[in-house]
Ligand binder design. Structure first.
Ligand SMILES: CC(=O)N[C@H]1[C@@H](OP(=O)(O)OP(=O)(O)OC[C@H]2O[C@@H](n3ccc(=O)[nH]c3=O)[C@H](O)[C@@H]2O)O[C@H](CO)[C@@H](O)[C@@H]1O
Length: 372
């Protein structure tokens, strides 16, 4: 089978696409995948590292108000559409799958217009603009949350599946992961990251956390700052009079390409509240402190985080209330109380949807033309 997957901009769109690609490969023998993204999105870095062939097209995001810049965007959109058509014509996919982000628009639309079966996945309760438009043209919409159903047209075929996580996320083994990450087997592991692009506010708060836990024999910290904020963070640590070379229990990375290992090693996670991250935390039953990004469309990360916090799976700290001191205080409370961590872990696992990937692959199978 030949499959085009597309989705881009941030990790939250890319990893579900990679999960579906891998799910298809394990269900169907000889599945050939082509990933279409843009050269500017994170996908241009992540997808080749995941060993999938990658092609880029031209796309740009519309500004919400009328502006001359939108004329250029319109031109680029037409160009992107032509490029997508050409790739589809050459690759001849049996099915095209989109997971959101602007790049999905021209690719999925061009496929639908050629009569190729199409499926999209929406990660958030509040669907993105591209998926809302595409839902009118595709054969199947899959969604993470019931709540998003009302945004899709009545005639669309929508199935609530949950959000698919990469198979390696559930397969990684803690002890092997700790070894591969160069971490100790004994101490509790705190994993910190701010979504796929990093979060400056979380990085700032981490200065105090590092000061508190430096060389603590019971705790080790793995912190991904985001590519853009990495150098700034290192400078900030130095300005605060600390030298990371002296702290054996603190590991700082710009980005974790091996998140499956980082999650397998973790006992507690501090992060933003993007939908893909939360699906990963809950499928593994990980307790977390969530600091939702307050500027995500209609504050949807706070809704995401509340779903976990209200059920005892996470502690929510609002971005405006986040300080280093507050984060340290919260961490101390949790890390000193193993019973509480254990209860949060059970609550988290109860929210996980381990069957999401399989359900989506079933949906793909349903829209495939009958195979000889
Ligand atoms: C600011 C904003 O609007 N963010 C949105 C974006 O977030 P963002 O792209 O941050 O998405 P998520 O938090 O959902 O997912 C991040 C993904 O990146 C992975 N990861 C992250 C860091 C790292 O070092 N290595 C790594 O592999 C995580 O494991 C996860 O799979 O898309 C999500 C899904 O549409 C939305 O819910 C978020 O609200």
């Amino acid at each position: 089978m030949r499959v085009i997957v597309t989705g881009g901009g941030t990790g939250g769109h890319i990893y579900p696409a990679l999960a579906i690609a891998k799910g298809l490969q394990s269900r169907f023998n000889n599945t050939e995948i082509l990933y279409i993204g843009t050269n500017r999105g994170l996908e241009a870095d992540i997808v080749p590292k995941a060993n999938f062939p990658f092609k880029a097209i031209t796309v740009a995001g519309f500004q919400r108000k009328l502006s001359p810049a939108n004329l250029k965007v319109l031109w680029q959109a037409m160009q992107g559409y032509q490029e997508a058509r050409a790739i589809i014509k050459e690759f001849k996919p049996d099915v095209v799958i989109g997971t959101g982000g602007y790049v999905c628009g021209p690719v999925v639309l061009a496929a639908a217009r050629r009569g190729i079966p199409t499926l999209i996945h929406e990660q958030n309760a509040l669907p993105g603009i591209t998926n809302r438009i595409l839902s009118r043209f595709v054969d199947q919409v899959t969604a993470t949350f019931e709540d998003s159903l009302k945004y899709f047209p009545k005639k669309a075929r929508v199935t609530v599946t949950g959000l698919p996580v990469r198979p390696e996320i559930t397969q990684a083994d803690r002890s092997t992961a700790l070894q591969s990450l160069n971490l100790q087997q004994g101490p509790l592991t705190l994993l910190v990251f701010g979504g796929s692009r990093g979060a400056r506010r979380i990085n700032q708060a981490m200065i105090e956390v590092i000061r508190e836990y430096a060389n603590d024999p019971d705790i080790q910290i793995l912190h991904a700052t985001g590519q853009v904020g990495y150098q700034e963070f290192l400078d900030q640590v130095t300005r605060n009079g600390m030298n990371l070379d002296n702290y054996v229990n603190i590991t700082i990375k710009p980005y974790l390409y091996n998140m499956h290992e980082a999650l397998a090693a973790a006992d507690l996670v501090v992060s933003r509240a993007g939908a893909a991250t939360l699906a990963e935390l809950t499928v593994l039953g990980l307790p977390s402190i969530l600091i939702p990004y307050p500027y995500a469309a209609e504050n949807h990360q706070e809704h995401n985080a509340r779903a976990l916090a209200d059920r005892g799976a996470a502690i929510l700290i609002r971005d405006a209330e986040l300080t280093g001191v507050k984060l340290v205080q919260q961490l101390k409370e949790l890390l000193d109380d193993k019973k509480r961590l254990q209860n949060m872990s059970v609550a988290s696992k109860n929210l996980g949807r381990p069957e999401a990937l399989n359900d989506i692959i079933n949906c793909v199978e349903r829209i495939l033309p009958r195979r000889k």
